[in-house]
Design a protein around this ligand. Structure first.
Ligand SMILES: Cc1cc2nc3c(=O)[nH]c(=O)nc-3n(C[C@H](O)[C@H](O)[C@H](O)COP(=O)(O)OP(=O)(O)OC[C@H]3O[C@@H](n4cnc5c(N)ncnc54)[C@H](O)[C@@H]3O)c2cc1C
Length: 456
């Protein structure tokens, strides 16, 4: 006789990314029955491992972890997943227009222009310190900051080419969108939630310091393993959620599952594609209409050895030229193999998403060769993932709020709707947009439910 999986639980979790799995793990640990419904045939969502031909595992999704990211580091330590530092020895490359600068600490640029960029960063950080992460719409001057884009702010506050480069590189590299697409208030919230510009952009002591040994997806795989296949159901895209007075029913290709509460642990844009009965309140639905995903194609090239290390480079480049505008050496410390990682983001990602795979690969490798020499154009292996084309993510790294979103719809971001709770990195108040934020949001949603469903 075939065992039938139960169709009833205390809590239904929709989405088996880090947020949903964390929520499920916390709820199961507190003795609640939980069923996770995941659209894909795998767990992890925006964290995804890829095994190179050499056998080395790389991340085509979320990868870097920094020392202040206590939620994801705590989870990793509970799951026995170690961290490995990113290779940093050597010079980095900065390319602005036709100009190329190889540098160790600070590039040799016109001091007036460097000071202009420094002032812009200082002003953003100072404004960000006044933004309450729980309620950015209550920040002093929130209405004005949410009525303009980062580009508009930069037009009035940044005077030089290097200053403008710094703002564009930040927007494309960190938020995966152009400065004209994102609200200034959202940028300030993002800075505040992460602890400032330096935390977001640097390697040592900051967000890009380490990665997880065995790939970030290992965190999701281990949580799913602990929960077991009965609790984590793959290939179950939820199309409709019905709420009655004291129960909620989630409909998916895997059938209907009934619970006393549910957590939707998907980014707002994806949560908005589910049908709700009764319909969501207007502000929660309009939030999902007003919260787009960024655009990222993550590209990895593997080489028999990291030839750039021997030439004195650390594999890091920042540029405003074609294709990959940010690169890192993401290979193992011993250099076997050498791995270069390139991010194609924002408008450049949209341009290359329309190109053929062969054209895209050629352009990405040409950008690597511009930074580190012609050998970079001849990798032993190459992998890429266009997250804008991925039907269960539709863009990355996360969501950026355009003008008006925070002040008009912000209060609906985490507010439960009847028996429905919201998780996902977009709902986090620490490291929103990051793996750390995903884990924080999962714990918060689980705590809300444990409060609402005390043990009888
Ligand atoms: C290229 C790239 C690079 C990144 N780099 C970093 C980095 O270096 N460091 C860092 O900390 N973060 C990074 N991030 C961001 C990080 O990966 C995410 O913040 C985090 O993984 C989000 O987790 P989540 O659980 O909130 O959302 P997701 O991982 O998106 O999980 C949501 C889940 O819900 C599922 N789902 C959606 N709709 C439905 C439905 N209707 N029914 C059922 N299931 C559904 C999805 O399939 C998915 O599994 C990166 C992301 C990308 C893509």
């Amino acid at each position: 006789m075939t065992a039938v999986s139960p169709a009833e639980a205390d809590v239904i979790v929709i989405g088996a990314g880090l947020a949903g799995l964390t929520a499920a793990r916390e709820l199961a640990a507190a003795g609640r029955d939980v069923i996770v419904l995941e659209a894909r045939d795998r767990v992890g969502g925006r964290v995804l491992n890829h095994t190179l031909a050499s056998g080395h595992v790389v991340d085509v999704g979320g990868q870097f972890v920094g020392p202040t990211q206590r939620h994801v580091l705590g989870l990793a330590s509970e799951l026995g997943v170690a961290t490995v530092p990113i290779f940093t020895g050597g010079r980095a490359v900065l390319e602005i227009g036709e100009g190329r600068h190889d540098y160790r600490a600070v590039p040799r640029l016109n001091p007036v222009q460097l000071a202009d960029a420094g002032r812009a960063v200082f002003s953003l950080d100072r404004m960000a310190r006044r933004v309450p992460v729980q309620a950015p719409w209550r920040a002093p001057g929130a209405a004005a900051a949410d009525a303009r884009t980062l580009a508009d702010w930069a037009r009035h506050n940044v005077r030089t080419r290097v200053g403008r480069f710094a703002i564009k590189a930040f927007s494309e590299g960190v938020l995966a969108c152009e400065p004209g697409e994102v609200s200034l208030l959202h940028v300030l919230f993002y800075l505040r939630a992460a602890g400032g510009f330096r935390q977001l952009t640097e390697v040592a002591g900051a967000a890009q310091q380490d990665r997880f040994a065995g790939g970030s997806q290992l965190l999701a795989l281990r949580m799913a393993e602990q929960l077991g296949p009965d609790r984590v159901r793959l290939g179950a895209p939820v199309t409709r959620i019905e709420q009655e007075a004291s129960r909620v029913v989630a409909h998916s290709a895997a059938g209907a599952v009934t619970g006393r509460r549910a957590v939707v642990a998907a980014p707002p844009a994806l949560a908005g594609r589910i049908g709700y009965d009764p319909p969501l309140p207007a502000d929660r639905d309009q939030l999902t209409q007003a919260a787009p995903m960024g655009s990222v194609i993550k590209c990895l090239a593997a080489y028999d050895e990291p030839f750039w290390r021997q030439a004195g480079y650390n594999g890091q480049a920042t540029s405003d030229g074609p294709a990959a505008r940010v690169t890192f050496d993401t290979g193992p410390p011993d250099g076997s193999p050498g791995v270069l990682l390139g991010f194609v983001t924002g408008a450049e990602a949209r341009r290359l998403a329309r190109a053929s795979p062969a054209q895209r690969r050629a352009e990405v490798l040409a950008s690597f060769a511009r930074y580190f020499g012609p050998a970079a154009a001849r990798p032993a292996d190459y992998a890429e993932h266009d997250w804008t084309a991925d039907p269960w993510t539709r863009g990355c790294y996360g969501t950026h709020f355009p003008p008006g979103t925070w002040t008009q719809f912000g209060p609906a971001l985490r507010r439960p709707v009847g028996l429905l709770h919201w998780a996902g990195t977009e709902t986090a108040t620490e490291w929103s947009g990051y793996m750390d934020g995903a884990v924080q949001s999962g714990k918060r949603a689980a705590a809300e439910i444990l409060d609402a469903l005390p043990r009888s």
